[in-house]
Design a protein around this ligand. Structure first.
Ligand SMILES: [Fe+2]
Length: 123
């Protein structure tokens, strides 16, 4: 059994003719709000909204980070309610300056698991 095609990303989307987009977009929100909190926002369908129905929806979003030390950290998982919550979630991060990159995974109940990543050096 091969797991080669389980995780999809930008390369898959580029070859695909689907209108809706699946690759998670990661945005850093530094010093957000009155208290100066830092968030990592993960959006699925930023440019073209993904369907949000019982039949076709994003079921969950996970976020991972890699620290400057090289340590990989599981930062959490959001489970979404089809038809009620959009796949646009924010994780409040402690000591965001310790991270050098983030990776998000999301699961579409029809199109599978997709990944997107962001290197802090690139922003
Ligand atoms: Fe989908």
């Amino acid at each position: 059994m091969s797991f080669k095609n389980i995780l999809k990303g930008e390369y898959t989307e580029a070859e695909n003719v689907m209108l809706e987009k699946h690759v998670p977009t990661i945005v850093i929100l530094s010093g957000h709000g009155g208290d100066g909190n830092d968030f990592v926002r993960v959006i699925v369908g930023k440019e073209v909204a993904h369907p949000n129905t019982i039949e076709h929806h994003i079921a969950w979003i996970e976020l991972y980070g890699v620290k400057q030390t090289g340590e990989s950290v599981d930062l959490g998982r959001m489970v979404l309610s089809p038809g009620n919550t959009r796949p646009d979630v924010s994780f409040k991060i402690e000591h965001i300056e310790e991270f050098k990159s983030f990776c998000a995974l999301e699961y579409c109940n029809i199109h599978g698991v997709w990944e997107g990543s962001l290197d802090i050096a690139d922003i």
